[in-house]
Design a protein. Structure first.
Length: 437
């Protein structure tokens, strides 16, 4: 088949994206080129930099890196489409994943297929607020209580300070904590479409200056007092949330669990109980899940997020139940997903192209909607990854999948199979129906 014929078959659904590597006999460069062409035609976008166009390092000056020497090249794969019914993400989405771990993209792709075949995922953002928590030193507990009280009395002035830093910055809460002579003020603010940590940091410093001016005996010791909590596993964000708190759920039909995951809803539920709950509790884990970090890290790298924030973004709980109809209900809960759709590494060309795949680059979209849409997509992708891995564990396929996709054996196996098929075809004649796996 020539390229145009392959593209036509992809558009008609006669072949799948993952089949191109085999159709082209292991020429992944050509397969990747055709996949990009397919996505460009289907989504109406351009993927020049993903295709290998070099990054102009001048774009990073004063923004993204110092002492630059070049770039780190990480393969980007595509999973999906996955159907999502969110408040902001509505429709089918392809998921860009930057990773060097074999089997990850294939696994997420399988989860996307199972979810879409069953009607799609539902996703909802429950909270939205980035936090920064300066720590103040005061003379005694009386002054500590006074500081907290005065902050409550002057919330309007503090909101004006935050709004003065950015018109998109809305202070929604101040969460105080007193420990001896230390007062932590956890400022929580909505940050528009940006992840917003930098703007909240700037606003928190200005708010601290205002507090010191009106309460001279309160002295800010550090802009971050570690109760934010940023880039560290912690119970506070697990409970209160930071960034976007998101839930995604789906009901996977029993026949889809059987056909796609090769197991049963009951087996998946047992894996969730014994692995996710009992195992995580025994380990005192901050995350009761299978592998949120895998999907979140791959999407963060592809889409220009702060990769260090995978730490708290990947905390969360996966649940699973057998429904009254005998199907599989599954959900993921991400209390501290710290993402944005503008600013930081998202302005770089490769990352912009990945965001365009997700439909997140429209500058005319209403404020906050792009970041909230992104949160729903990430949560749904995490749901797909959890579903697929739990299915693999329930079916005892995990080791086999990694042996095939993570150790370079799949092409050798495919070549052996094709050679055997040709041999049988020659022996039995051209009319014989030779079935493939």
């Amino acid at each position: 088949m020539d390229v145009d014929e392959i593209l036509e078959k992809l558009e008609r659904g006669e072949i799948k994206l993952y089949e191109l590597d085999f159709i082209l006999q292991g020429d992944v460069n050509k397969a990747a080129e055709i996949r990009r062409m397919y996505l460009e035609r289907k989504l109406g976008i351009k993927l020049e930099h993903i295709g290998g166009k070099p990054i102009d390092l001048n774009l990073t000056f004063g923004r993204n890196i110092e002492n630059a020497i070049g770039v780190a090249q990480i393969p980007i794969g595509i999973a999906g489409p996955i159907k999502i019914h969110g408040d902001y993400a509505k429709g089918e989405f392809f998921i860009p994943l930057a990773t060097t771990e074999g089997a990850l993209v294939a696994s997420v792709n399988r989860g996307c297929s199972a979810i879409t075949r069953s009607g799609g995922a539902r996703a909802k953002v429950l909270k939205d607020g980035m936090a920064r928590a300066p720590v103040f030193r005061v003379p005694n507990v009386d002054k500590a209580v006074e500081l907290v009280s005065r902050v409550r009395e002057h919330m309007d002035e503090l909101r004006d300070i935050f709004k003065g830093v950015s018109k998109f910055l809305d202070l929604i809460d101040v969460q105080p904590r007193i420990v001896g002579r230390n007062v932590f003020l956890r400022f929580v603010a909505r940050t528009g479409d940006a992840m917003g940590m930098n703007m909240v940091t700037i606003a928190s410093e200005k708010a601290a200056e205002y507090i010191e001016k009106h309460l001279p005996r309160a002295k800010m010791v550090a802009t971050s007092g570690n109760m934010c909590v940023d880039k560290k596993p912690n119970a506070l964000n697990f409970i209160l949330g930071r960034g976007k708190s998101v839930i995604a759920e789906a009901v996977i039909k029993r026949e889809v669990v059987d056909k796609v995951l090769k197991t049963t809803p009951e087996n998946v539920v047992e894996v969730v109980y014994r692995k996710i709950f009992v195992g995580s509790a025994q380990a005192a884990s901050y995350g009761f899940n299978a592998h949120y970090a895998n999907i979140i890290a791959a999407m963060f790298i592809a889409c220009g997020q702060d990769a260090a924030q995978v730490v708290e973004s990947s905390m969360g709980i996966t649940t699973a139940e057998v429904t009254e109809e005998g199907d599989l209900y599954i959900s993921v809960n991400l209390p501290s997903l710290e993402i944005g759709a503008v600013g930081g590494g998202m302005r770089l060309p490769t990352q912009q192209e990945c965001l365009s795949i997700l439909g997140l680059t429209d500058p005319n979209a209403p404020p906050r909607t792009r970041a909230l849409k992104f949160a729903e997509i990430v949560a749904s992708a995490v749901l797909a990854g959890e579903l697929s891995l739990l299915g693999a564990l329930a079916a005892r396929h995990l080791g086999k999948a990694h042996e095939k996709l993570g150790r370079g054996r799949i092409l050798k196996e495919r070549k052996r199979f094709l050679h055997a098929r040709r041999f049988v075809s020659e022996q039995q004649g051209p009319r014989e129906d030779i079935r493939t796996r």
